[in-house]
Design a protein around this ligand. Sequence first.
Ligand code: ZN
Length: 479
Amino acid sequence: MESAYFQPGQITVRGSFRYVDRNNADRPARFVRVLLYDDDANSDDDLLGQTTTDQDGVFQFAALPNQDNDEPGSTLDIYVIWVAEFNDSAATQRRVADLNGASHRWQSETRRNVPNGVVAFNGYRPTANLPAMWIFQDLRRSWEYVRNSVNIDPGSVTARWENNVDCWLICASYFYGGVGGPYIFISRRHQISSDVVVHEAAHHYLYNRANWWVLDAGCFNHEIFLEVNSETCAWSEGWADFLPLPVNNDACFDWREGPCSGIPDQHHYNLETHSRNDNPAAFPWGDRVEGRIAGALYDLFDNDNEGFDSAAFGFGPIAAIVLDNQPEDRFFTFWQRWRVAYENRRHHALRALHQNTIDYNTPPRFDPLLPDRVALRGVAWPRALDLWSYAVDDDSPDSELSFQIMAVSDNRCGVTLTENRWINLAPQANRLGVCDVTVRASDTIAIVDNVFRVMVAPILAHTYMPAIIKPNVTASGSH
Ligand SMILES: [Zn+2]
């Protein structure tokens, strides 16, 4: 290859394309289509070659004969065009287009009669229509996040954006899957927010993967916390509010450049600080509020646990449900699928939902009820009851329930609880009669109480003892 670059009569065009991001940082313009043209005065310009920038924004075209077909004996007059268009995979194209549907493009100056050898176009940057590049790079980052973390190709996205346009059909940013679609529209008001771009892409992904989107006028002008919507709208928006958080790696949904910039609950919503401590009059609760669904998904996902949140499951289990080809029509449907798919992840998942004011928990119960016990005066009976044999919870294993002795009517029965499991009896030697014991089981969200009775009997004959004091021990400790 090396020798080909400098072969007489050939040129090799290469260079780099970069852009200034929303925070004024210089970045490589990754994965952009690049076109090479010969400028012809008397006919249409000739397309000489196509390539793409790599992850460093670098590109290089195959070597070309340096011969201008329009002007025999003269060398090429070349320029480069960078296009906001890329095939992220064999099946997936990503682009940012204007409102006529033409992909945004940026063009270099023309270099006339270039000499043989390397022709470098280094360090070019978009000046006009810069937000189109921001959006284009958001879409790549979003696609990469999903593809790299769960090996799911979320599919194509076309974004529509045009300089100084706030409203197109409606005055919002949105996903549209009807006739003429699918596409996302990004309003000028939101071009500063990567989270809005990824939000709209998240709608597009559901459309791509499960052929599902919501055409609901009441759902277009939604607010993260300020409204109670239909369950369907809240689910659609809650998922779309969630995805930008892992993609952009912070806990805030930002209407500005972020992360978490500006005034809380105005320029951003921090989904970690919103919780069941919120006053419902100011910040409504439940699974018809999109911010609650986004917060619940985020607490299922993230490793920073606060309050009831003890889940840290990552993106995989969420994506496996949401981004398969079976749509969910509301968050409760997502939860039902979670229960079936991840039996050993229900307990902590319910706590993550509870932290975000969504209560799908069912309380534990005693089934069968705790039995009464006959103990012998002055004879200790360790492990007289195994609470794990009686307490049941639909979503929490016995080991994740917590037990407490709430009351004993007479402490001379010597009732104790050990290892969050065993009821032990040690009736005093001078004690006969009954003690009523109230035991509480908690799944850490809800509780149930049950009372059983200890009857302390005299020892009538030692021959009774083996039958009466036989401890009720189950095959220990393997729940
Ligand atoms: Zn939305």
